[in-house]
Design a protein around this ligand. Structure first.
Ligand code: FAD
Length: 252
């Protein structure tokens, strides 16, 4: 794969050994996949596609790809019987902007590589996740939510919440101005503060992430990120995605 360069034709960043038609139009590279009020998932790079899965699975007996029908059948078989290792041959690298509480859930997925903004090194921006409304505590699921507050309460609380975030940031700035280290001043910031990270993950582990985080038991905010990732995977690995959804996603 060539170096990532700004393309003189389309203006996007893509590998120098691929044409922009081949790359930027087919994938979401550098496009704005906005999530929540200020977050995003941007595809940085991909290695491999459905063919890579088939080639890896057939390497044991020296075969490559066969007819499209046979290749598709093989992917279906691998997926159904959970022969996962060929799916590790595809890798995705994404740039994510998300509130810290979403990042904390994301970082529990240990099979993958992360690099995150360091609040010890840089001053964090005054950017908070401001929900459009507050969800009510679920009665049946102690971890979950269900329904909305009534609109009057909601306006009041979203307003109060926003003011609290702004106050926290003012306090953060006061501490920095007073010479407090960034690593300590950040302690006043809420977990709704936006952060950014890179995540490189193979398709097997990404499927595990999608299974857990598209599920209705996952928090809505991280589900919103999973939905964008699902679209990216469906574009690059359409066959693997189709059989993953068929065999492994919970359906109502
Ligand atoms: C709805 C929901 C609620 C959750 N609630 C909580 C909570 O209350 N508290 C909390 O702490 N976490 C919670 N989690 C996080 C959860 O326990 C997992 O840590 C997280 O979902 C990552 O899943 P994973 O381990 O499968 O992924 P990865 O860490 O990416 O691991 C992928 C797979 O690799 C294998 N693996 C990885 N590490 C090991 C290991 N050390 N030993 C053996 N096998 C390993 C496992 O097969 C695993 O499925 C929750 C997750 C969800 C989706």
């Amino acid at each position: 794969m060539g170096y990532l360069n700004q393309c003189t034709l389309c203006g996007n960043i893509h590998p120098s050994d691929r044409s922009c038609d081949d790359w930027a139009n087919r994938f979401y590279l550098n496009s704005d996949n906005t999530v929540l009020d200020k977050g995003f998932v941007r595809l940085v790079d991909i290695m491999g596609n459905d063919t890579s899965i088939v080639e890896a699975a057939r390497v044991s007996y020296g075969g490559g790809t066969k007819t499209p029908e046979q290749d598709e059948k093989l992917i279906a078989y691998l997926m159904k019987h959970e022969h996962w290792s060929p799916f590790e041959m595809c890798e995705y690298k994404v740039h994510v902007k998300a509130p810290i509480f979403v990042e904390r859930q994301w970082f529990r997925h240990r099979i993958g590589s992360f690099n995150s903004i360091s609040g010890r090194y840089v001053e964090l921006k005054e950017e908070f996740y401001i929900p459009a409304f507050f969800r009510k505590q679920s009665k049946s699921n102690k971890q979950g939510s269900s329904g909305m507050l009534d609109p009057d309460h909601d306006t009041k609380f979203v307003g109060g919440y926003t003011a609290m975030c702004n106050n926290a940031f003012q306090c953060y700035e006061l501490l920095l101005e007073a010479g407090v280290a960034k690593e300590m001043a950040r302690m006043v910031l809420p977990v709704s503060t936006y952060t950014e990270f890179y995540w490189k993950v193979n398709l097997r582990s990404l499927f595990n992430f999608l299974k857990l985080r598209l599920d209705e038991h996952a928090q809505q905010e991280i589900r919103d990120y999973a939905i964008v990732l699902q679209k990216i995977v469906a574009q690059n690995n359409p066959i693997a995605w189709r059989f993953f959804a068929e065999y492994h996603l919970n359906r109502p």
